[in-house]
Design a protein around this ligand. Structure first.
Ligand SMILES: NC(=O)c1ccc[n+]([C@@H]2O[C@H](COP(=O)([O-])OP(=O)(O)OC[C@H]3O[C@@H](n4cnc5c(N)ncnc54)[C@H](O)[C@@H]3O)[C@@H](O)[C@H]2O)c1
Length: 434
């Protein structure tokens, strides 16, 4: 089956390559010429485990093509997925200008029936707006459908998630659209055995926002509990374990730390609050989720200040810049909160990240970047852990202590065991643990 995917970012490129892998013929479109040029040279514009091999295999198999021309993409296939960015606008609302632009351009160039599928995360009723836009720009009388197919993949495990999804959600208004999307997903549904849920467009759009906001809420909940643990002398890791064994709660997303970041949770919670406001509901619960998240960072900064007292000229080794392990994505990463704060306090920074350093260098070219964790920690007055990369978990702690000027570890991800750290002679601070 022929498929066009517009937007070759973290979602579009993975989706396009995975559709090709299951046998479809896929055209990936992006208006960023440098991205398409890189892809044509078989260089990946983003880091995702297994992506390079997947793209190479499917380009060689002539099932995956790249273009900057939306006209070509519109001609190529009946089904067109929209996977462009929906970044936060000025007041937290989703910026839908890229989605609108794609809808308009497809409408101007289509010459027969097309199904436009929103894969980008969009507020409820975007489907309706997209339909109005297409109707306005289309050559008289052509038939089309709009559908919603929210994406739930996670950076770091995106390919695995695409082939083994927990569920596939589609929102449609016609049997024709449902049939086409069943055909698109048939190989994945058959192989993974996942549920294929068909609902109306508004419900599909809302399923995405409601899911992401719920996960963010779970993180903020355990972070709030971690603050009480600190005050009460309890250990949040033990509390979370005890809670998570209840099958109604579950262990996942109960990790206390410096809070969530990334390209989705902060912006999707913002957008859901904004959307609810517009619809007439004041979603106070989600406002608190955001406040707790921001507060965790400020709380950690206070701990750093308290421990170092005078920050000027102290060397701080930051381990982890990406918002989570397995990605080079820096959007809303905690590092982007801490680095400017620590620079302002005139601390000397040394930075380590196995994948995201190059992206960080574009923002802060003059800082010191290290390829090796122990080099980074050498002569440091403090190690600050912001991303729980496996390389951090596997650190030889004795060597770490030896490398540092003063063995102070500020652990924003609760990677190490406090008792073990104290036994080894570290001054160790983490989140919500005695
Ligand atoms: N990143 C994730 O983990 C994730 C997961 C689920 C859903 N989402 C959602 O998916 C959407 C895309 O996210 P992303 O992380 O892939 O974004 P991204 O910024 O990595 O990619 C978006 C791509 O769209 C391209 N683009 C923008 N306007 C275009 C146009 N008019 N024509 C062609 N290409 C255009 C950009 O050049 C860019 O390459 C967002 O709505 C996001 O919320 C993201």
């Amino acid at each position: 089956m022929k498929i066009t995917v517009v937007g070759t970012g973290y979602v579009g490129l993975v989706t396009g390559a995975c559709f090709a892998e299951v046998g479809h013929d896929v055209m990936c479109v992006d208006n960023d010429e440098s991205k398409i040029a890189m892809l044509r040279r078989m260089e990946m514009p983003i880091y995702e485990i297994g992506l390079q091999e997947l793209v190479e295999r499917n380009v060689a198999g002539k099932r995956l093509h790249f273009t900057t021309s939306i006209e070509e993409g519109t001609d190529f296939a009946e089904v067109i997925f929209i996977a462009v960015g929906t970044p936060p606008g000025y007041r937290g609302e989703a910026n839908l200008s890229y989605v609108e632009q794609v809808g308009r351009t497809v409408a101007e160039h289509m010459t027969s029936y097309r199904l436009l599928v929103e894969k980008s995360t969009v507020p409820v009723n975007t489907g309706m707006q997209l339909k109005r836009t297409i109707t306005k720009y289309i050559e008289g009388g052509l038939d089309f459908d709009v559908a919603s197919n929210p994406e739930f993949l996670r950076e770091g495990t995106a390919i695995e998630d695409a082939f083994q999804p927990d569920r596939i959600v589609i929102g449609v208004e016609s049997e024709r659209a449902a049939k086409l999307l069943r055909e698109v997903y048939d190989p994945i549904v058959k192989k993974s055995g996942c549920e294929f849920l068909v609902m109306n467009i508004a419900s599909a759009e809302l399923t995405k926002h409601a899911s992401n906001s719920f996960l963010a809420m779970k993180i903020s909940y355990i972070n709030a509990v971690s603050r009480v643990c600190e005050l009460a002398g309890a250990d949040v890791e033990q509390v979370a374990h005890g809670m998570g064994l209840d099958s109604r709660i579950g262990q996942k997303f109960l990790n206390a730390g410096v809070g969530y970041g990334g390209s989705c949770f902060p912006k999707d919670v913002d957008a859901f609050i904004h959307l609810s406001d517009q619809l007439g509901y004041d979603f106070q619960l989600l406002k608190e989720v955001q406040r707790i998240n921001q507060n965790q960072r400020e709380h950690m900064l206070q701990k750093i200040k308290h421990e170092l007292w005078v920050m000027q000229d102290k060397t701080i080794a930051i381990l982890g810049l990406a918002f989570k392990p397995g990605t080079d994505d820096l959007r809303q990463a905690p590092s982007l909160y801490f680095v400017p704060q620590l620079i302002e306090a005139r601390a000397k920074l040394k930075l380590w990240d196995p994948i995201a350093s190059d992206n960080f260098k574009k923002l802060y070219p003059d800082l010191t970047y290290c390829d090796d964790i122990l080099d980074c920690a050498k002569d440091a007055d403090m190690v600050l852990i912001l991303t729980e990369w496996p390389e951090v978990r596997d650190l030889d702690l004795k060597k770490l202590k030896k490398a540092m000027a003063v063995p102070v570890v500020m652990d924003g991800r609760n990677v190490f065991d406090p008792a073990e750290m104290h036994r080894l002679g570290f001054i160790y601070h983490s989140m919500g643990r005695p």
